[in-house]
Design a protein around this ligand. Structure first.
Ligand SMILES: [Fe+2]
Length: 277
């Protein structure tokens, strides 16, 4: 059952920890074209058009939680029912941005994933770039895939597997977008990067110009990923969290998951790649 996929869940906001959340708030306000305000909880809330990030005091680069909004109440209720049926714990939502009907789950790495309903957003000006996906670093991508697919009902769009058949990378979707959550095999668990979807190449150029004006270096790209076929650039924030700005991410309707050879998926492909069938 593709419960999360049927619920049309999308990455609505995230909370990231930092030893200096005020410094991160200043960086995102300036670089990522967002407004910053301090909440009663002490968190910094950064908001731009269709993008929201919370920063709270803690260990640098740790994920507080990732919050997915569902299309409607039925979708939200279906995920809760599915989680209970799979014998996973339903936890209280830690998010100040969702209402009381939101709830959370804990994945095998201890990441807190929240599901709720988004509130209507007043029109905002700013560069296009809705918050779009979170990529986790994990020592055990097979366990991550089994949780998000087997317990929550995400669908797999693409895999990378090693010679032993173990997953080294996995891109999973919870709506029509190629991935809303991904994981890479790493030596430590946590956030690998999070991403904003600029829509088309000309807007990525505008983002690059914005970074250039601020002397913020582009760390990787421009390039085009194999899985997802999206154009990308990466920058990093003062805590060295990697931020992706993406465009032209594949829309998936009903295709089967692809498997990519390990050596092909991370290079700048510019639309070219080799699929292992
Ligand atoms: Fe990404």
């Amino acid at each position: 059952m593709t419960t999360a996929l049927c619920a049309g869940a999308y990455l609505h906001h995230m909370q990231i920890h930092s030893a200096d959340p005020a410094a991160l708030a200043r960086f995102y306000a300036d670089a990522m074209d967002m407004s910053a305000r301090r909440l009663d909880s002490g968190d910094w809330l950064l908001e731009g058009p269709q993008r929201r990030v919370l920063f709270t005091e803690g260990a640098d680069k740790a994920l507080g939680f990732a919050a997915f909004a569902c299309r409607d109440r039925q979708g939200l209720a279906a995920i809760r029912t599915r989680v209970i049926a799979e014998a996973a714990d339903v936890l209280p939502s830690p998010s100040p941005l969702f209402a009381a009907d939101a709830f959370a789950v804990r994945d095998p790495d201890g990441n807190i994933i929240v599901f709720g309903l988004g509130q209507p957003e007043a029109p905002r000006k700013g560069l296009r770039g809705p918050l779009q996906h979170l990529t986790l670093a994990t020592k055990d991508p097979d366990a991550i895939e089994q949780f998000y697919v087997g317990v929550l009902g995400f669908a797999v769009s693409d895999y990378v597997r090693d010679e032993a058949g173990q997953i080294t990378a996995c891109w999973m979707r919870s709506n029509h977008e190629h991935h809303t959550l991904a994981c890479f095999r790493r030596s430590t668990a946590g956030i690998d990067h999070h991403s904003y979807e600029a829509g088309d190449w000309s807007v990525i150029k505008d983002w690059c110009d914005r970074m250039g004006e601020r002397r913020i270096p582009i760390m990787w790209g421009p390039g085009r990923h194999g899985p997802g076929n999206n154009l990308f650039v990466f920058i990093e924030d003062p805590d060295r969290n990697w931020i992706e700005i993406s465009a032209e991410l594949e829309v998936v309707h009903d295709r089967a998951a692809n498997v990519w050879p390990h050596e092909e998926h991370t290079v700048n492909l510019w639309g070219r790649g080799i699929l292992r069938s």
